[in-house]
Unconditional design. Structure first.
Length: 453
């Protein structure tokens, strides 16, 4: 395919998501935002108030649900015998979990209307090729779909693509994904970077202790279209595909640099130095600014202006620069990705420190405690921020003025996955279930060009 034709094909892949779709981690455009949904602020999983359905999903997985029309997809790793252990908060330190010997990595397809399991397919089975952190899972990465194909990245077991009926189309071995404590090759915490899909290709960020890389896979076959080596400290963030200054960029976080690549051939477009350990938050774009954060010990958030070329790094103490719009004070998130909503950035640290910043300047507006610990990222809808806590609460916060908790909804099980919003429904994945939370009148509608089959 020639470059001009390929650019035309890529152009058709942007901006096609509808209100009934949440096709990837953090939804359309990786924004974490879906307005005009009419979500309830309160619900009760015990009485069924504002709960459309509850579906059991076996095994353990921190991947988020993704939604296309009247279908909901989620990945999991199922043990043959005992339940996989899971630790909340900091109780387990940085140790490894003792998983049951043999696991089955599966994709589940649920009905968005009633939660029925339409099908589930095993992609891989066997003993895990890499260990995981006591707070992690063997199915961390969120799948991605375009309404025809679903692609999952199942850690060291590899990537797999499924058709709409659940048939495995291809599998791709990406090697052992074993990121962990820097400079300790025995430390393996589990990978988390989710795949990104655009038209004819899938992008995967493969970070590990050595020989990390970024690759584009052919959506039809799983064949590698290009591969770029990454001389980086490993991270757990998901790449961002977006358009800036008339150019499409694949933005990838690293432990040394944040970099942008040409999605057609993997050529590096620009880089910005941000050296830190254990970065997990994913980059995103809001009001024309590229925002990223993350790293051990509460590092700052950054906002870059579009149009960068080459090395656009600034001194470590710089608050602004030719392409640096602003740099916040330290105290940013360690695990979760912030959400930008109505001129504000909302972010939460693992230990429950919730902050609001001015999106235009990075200035701190307030800092408060939630009274919980968090791994999931906040999402926003219709003037509210929905924030899941590890212990099982989903907090609903006001997205204007001062810090205000409008509701605390107890799911009854731990919540590590970021919720999804589509078709007037909040989809919450707990330790063993997926819940569809909606007002009584809300009902998911099939996306254009698809059928429920």
């Amino acid at each position: 395919m020639g470059t001009r034709l390929a650019l035309a094909v890529f152009a058709a892949a942007w901006g096609t998501a509808h209100a009934s779709e949440w096709p990837s981690f953090r939804g359309p455009g990786a924004s974490g935002v879906a307005d005009e949904q009419g979500l309830p602020l309160e619900w009760d999983v015990r009485t069924g108030k504002n709960v459309r359905w509850k579906a059991a999903v076996p095994g353990l997985g921190h991947s988020s649900p993704v939604v296309w029309g009247d279908r909901v997809f989620v990945t999991t790793a199922v043990g043959a015998t005992s339940e996989a252990p899971l630790v909340l908060g900091d109780e387990g330190g940085i140790g490894h979990a003792a998983d049951p010997g043999v696991l089955s990595w599966r994709l589940y397809c649920l009905s968005g209307r009633d939660g029925r399991v339409l099908w589930h397919t095993e992609a891989f089975a066997g003993a895990p090729r890499a260990k995981r952190h006591v707070k992690s899972s063997q199915a961390n990465a969120t799948p991605v779909t375009d309404g025809r194909t679903i692609v999952g990245l199942l850690g060291s077991e590899g990537a797999a693509a499924f058709d709409w009926s659940g048939k495995v189309l291809w599998r791709a071995d990406l090697g052992v994904l074993n990121p962990g404590l820097l400079d300790d090759p025995t430390s393996e915490w589990g990978s988390a970077s989710s795949p990104v899909l655009a038209e004819d290709r899938v992008f995967v960020q493969v970070d590990r202790h050595a020989s990390s890389f970024l690759a584009a896979l052919d959506l039809a076959t799983g064949r590698r279209l290009w591969t770029v080596a990454r001389d980086e400290r490993p991270v757990w963030a998901t790449p961002l595909l977006h358009e800036a200054a008339g150019r499409r960029e694949l933005v990838v976080v690293g432990g040394h640099y944040v970099r942008a690549y040409d999605p057609l051939d993997g050529r590096e477009l620009w880089r910005f130095k941000d050296e830190a350990e254990v970065k997990t938050p994913s980059p995103f774009v809001a009001d024309g600014l590229l925002v990223f954060a993350g790293g051990y010990r509460g590092r700052p958030l950054y906002a870059l202006k579009p149009g960068a070329t080459g090395d656009v790094s600034v001194p470590d103490d710089a608050k602004s620069g030719p392409f640096l719009a602003w740099r916040s004070e330290p105290g940013g998130p360690y695990t979760s990705t912030p959400v930008a909503y109505r001129d504000r950035l909302y972010t939460v640290r693992d230990e429950g420190i919730f902050m609001a910043l001015d999106l235009r300047t990075g200035a701190l507006l307030y800092r408060e405690r939630t009274g919980a610990t968090h791994s999931a990222s906040p999402v926003a809808s219709d003037g509210h921020v929905f924030l899941a806590a590890e212990g099982g609460e989903v907090l609903v916060l006001g997205a204007a003025g001062a810090f205000e908790v409008l509701a605390r909804n107890d799911m009854g099980e731990p919540v590590f996955a970021t919720p999804a919003i589509a078709g007037g429904t909040l989809y919450v994945r707990t330790r063993g279930h997926v819940y569809a939370i909606a007002s009584p009148r809300a009902e998911p509608a099939p996306a254009p060009g698809t059928s429920s089959r």
